[in-house]
Ligand binder design. Structure first.
Ligand SMILES: NC(=O)C1=CN([C@@H]2O[C@H](COP(=O)(O)OP(=O)(O)OC[C@H]3O[C@@H](n4cnc5c(N)ncnc54)[C@H](OP(=O)(O)O)[C@@H]3O)[C@@H](O)[C@H]2O)C=CC1
Ligand SMILES: C[C@H]1O[C@H](OP(=O)(O)OP(=O)(O)OC[C@H]2O[C@@H](n3cnc4c(=O)[nH]c(N)nc43)[C@H](O)[C@@H]2O)[C@@H](O)[C@@H](O)C1=O
Length: 313
């Protein structure tokens, strides 16, 4: 990949896509292309093919997807499976057909692994047991995406790599109280409780599930590193991206309260689902390939909170 290579970032306004664009620009890549969903609906096969034929990208980051937290996944299973299957299928097929794409990176998620997978989760545990029911349709779509990439590599000799990031957070995240992931939701809840002198914040579930959180700039750095240095034949069907450290939701709440400076109480609503009890990735493979995360959870939350109060708070 050189500084003039034509690079398409699908989903460039999202949490991940915007961080990838920022990293690419910082490293001096100048030939970047992108479209909003209203300019190009990636669920429309002919439009996606026409876009690839016209633009002829050489490298593709597939960071467009239909994304949400535990409750959104639970409430909208049809939208999660349909939108994700369509978006990823159209891009992967068009990338192959175009003949111009030298490498494609498909963004999956750590929810592809079995609900009760041995921890930390190795890439090889894929399909070793039943999935977490709250996000099974989304996980099935992501598994289909990585299987498409590996199948195209095997049959057509493409260089499509699938990365499986752990739970992400950072600037440009979705801070919606119903449909977002836990970290942005808790930043907003605690911020608003402090602002309104409200002494109680409600946390969903029991607070005991463990999650691993990766700051999105670190994720973008990992994606660029892999795009530049690693080819599909050097990894198996996918590669994990994480920090190797997890915390309970209860511990996460305490860090967020400390960063925001909130001393009120928290109550746990056990009517809401806990989801997977633990989701910690084994990151030996990416470390062996030479990459490691650099932002601590507390530092990442400080950066995210600062972005939130400037942009949304
Ligand atoms: N957030 C997380 O914690 C994690 C995310 N991931 C993966 O990272 C990837 C990116 O996620 P994230 O950045 O969080 O998601 P966001 O929701 O922040 O961004 C997704 C982007 O996809 C675009 N998009 C959605 N539907 C369409 C469509 N029909 N046509 C064109 N574009 C569309 C949107 O574009 P527009 O703004 O123009 O509408 C949006 O900017 C996903 O594959 C996700 O699975 C993996 C692990 C964890
Ligand atoms: C990245 C990953 O994200 C999703 O899986 P998840 O990790 O379970 O997602 P989550 O961030 O929404 O919740 C994590 C934990 O936190 C608890 N929790 C407390 N209070 C709030 C709260 O206020 N909001 C939310 N959302 N969760 C809360 C919540 O009950 C759960 O125990 C997948 O569906 C799928 O999209 C995927 O791949």
């Amino acid at each position: 990949m050189n500084k003039n290579s034509k690079i398409y970032v699908a989903g460039h306004r999202g949490l991940v896509g915007s961080a990838i664009i920022k990293s690419l620009e910082k490293e001096g890549f100048t030939n970047l292309i992108y479209r909003t969903s209203s300019e190009l609906d990636l669920r429309k096969q002919f439009e996606v093919e026409a876009f690839f034929n016209k633009e002829k990208p050489e490298y593709v980051f597939l960071a467009a997807a239909y994304v949400g937290g535990i409750q959104a996944n639970n409430n909208f299973p049809a939208k999660f499976i349909y939108n994700n299957l369509m978006i990823q299928t159209n891009i992967i097929e068009a990338a192959y057909r175009s003949g111009t794409v030298k490498k494609l990176m498909f963004l999956g998620s750590s929810c592809i692994y079995p609900k009760f997978a041995e921890q930390p989760i190795k890439e090889e545990y894929l399909l070793g047991g039943p999935l977490e029911p709250t996000n099974e349709p989304y996980a099935i779509a992501k598994i289909a995406g990585l299987k498409m990439c590996s199948s195209y590599n095997r049959e057509y000799g493409t260089n499509f790599i699938s990365v499986m990031p752990t739970n992400l957070y950072g600037p440009n995240d979705n801070f919606d109280l119903e449909n977002s992931h836990v970290l942005p939701a808790l930043i907003r809840k605690v911020h608003e409780a402090k602002k309104n002198n409200n002494n109680i914040v409600e946390i969903w579930g029991s607070g005991t599930p463990r999650r691993e959180f990766l700051y999105v700039d670190d994720l973008a750095d990992a994606c660029l590193y892999l795009m530049k240095n690693v080819d599909a034949h050097q990894i198996g069907e996918c590669i994990n991206i994480g920090t190797g450290i997890d915390v309970t939701i209860r511990e996460l709440v305490e860090i967020i309260k400390e960063v925001i400076g909130y001393e009120g109480e928290t109550i746990y609503n056990t009517q809401k689902p806990d989801g997977t009890p633990r989701k910690l990735l084994n990151i030996s493979l990416i470390e062996k390939l030479g990459w490691r995360a650099s932002t601590s959870l507390k530092e990442g939350i400080k950066q995210t909170y600062s972005w939130y109060i400037q942009n949304e708070g």
